[in-house]
Ligand binder design. Structure first.
Ligand code: SAM
Length: 288
């Protein structure tokens, strides 16, 4: 079979199946052997791994994953691609393609039957942020590793540090839940069709054990989201607006831990958000 990383082969395959690519599904396919190799290497895919891929497209990355992994499951939302995938992945019995919207998938149910998986994907750009946010917040134990291609700007938000412009809810949740790094950046020239922006591959290793107990986490997320919902205001005003707690009370609570609530939330570290959530917990029981 001809190489799927060849743009002419991709174009011919799509024409053969009468498929016009849709921007709403972020259908920019990888056409660069070097980048494909680097993604698989970053994920250290081996014969004992079960890989979950989101959006196999025409199967370009899927083939590379299947050459190394014991098992590959892929969720694809576009039913028009199924006949193409049947053809390109025919020689790989270890691959299972499911017609599944990644935003609606039951990850906990999926992993309950097979154990933790490695998530490796060239994510559709428009849903990369909500997907990663949800995976880290609600389904962390389903993944031993996540290696995702995202827009460079999203990658920068994932690794951002306090005080920087890119720092926000996504950065705090990502650093709370995982060890995160940008593995490498990717120019727009390696896609067919070419998107307007550059991309980056991010590697996230979810922590097996987090600082907070599961029962404490909802208030932690609620606190982070409340503070960044009003990122131009002081943390005091943002928390007052979100939880309706008296400002005097909030200042007294924060004072106990020497936390200065006149700072903007975007200057708070993950550890400070954890502290804040713990301080608020006794006063907000039942307000989640
Ligand atoms: N993996 C292929 C590659 O690297 O060449 C294709 C990646 S392309 C950026 C994104 C893929 O995700 C497309 O195949 C698209 O149809 C699929 N997709 C978009 N939204 C999806 C969703 N909600 N659930 C599952 N797949 C989705």
């Amino acid at each position: 079979m001809s190489k799927l990383s060849n743009p002419a082969v991709v174009a011919a395959l799509l024409t053969e199946h009468g498929i016009r690519l849709k921007q709403k599904w972020g259908q920019n396919f990888l056409v660069d052997e070097n980048i494909l190799r680097k993604i698989v290497q970053t994920a250290e895919v081996g014969p004992h791994d079960h890989v979950l891929e989101i959006g196999p497209g025409i199967g370009t990355l899927t083939q590379k994953l299947a050459e190394r992994a014991g098992r590959v499951t892929a969720f694809e939302v576009d039913s028009r691609l199924l006949p193409v995938l049947a053809k390109t992945l025919g020689p790989y019995p270890q691959v299972e393609i499911l017609l599944q919207d990644a935003l609606a998938a039951d990850y906990n149910g999926f992993c309950a039957s097979c154990g933790p998986v490695k998530l490796v994907a060239n994510l559709p750009y428009n849903i990369a942020t909500p997907l990663i946010y949800r995976w880290l917040k609600q389904h962390r134990s389903c993944f031993s590793l996540l290696v995702c291609m995202v827009q460079k700007e999203v990658a920068e938000r994932l690794v951002a540090l306090p005080g920087s412009k890119a720092y926000g809810t996504l950065s705090v949740v990502c650093r709370y839940a995982s060890q995160v790094e940008i593995a490498f950046t990717v120019p727009h020239t390696v896609f067919f069709p070419r998107p307007e922006v550059a991309s980056a591959v991010v590697k996230m290793v979810p922590y097996g054990q987090t600082v907070l107990a599961a029962g404490e986490e909802p208030l932690f997320y609620q606190t982070v989201e409340a503070v960044f919902a009003k990122r131009r205001k002081t943390a005091l005003n943002a928390l007052h607006a979100a939880f309706g707690l008296d400002k005097e009370k909030l200042l007294a609570l924060a004072g106990r831990a020497s936390l200065d609530l006149s700072r903007r939330g975007e200057t708070f570290t993950v550890e400070e958000f954890v502290l804040l959530a713990r301080l608020l917990a006794p006063y907000l029981h039942g307000n989640r």
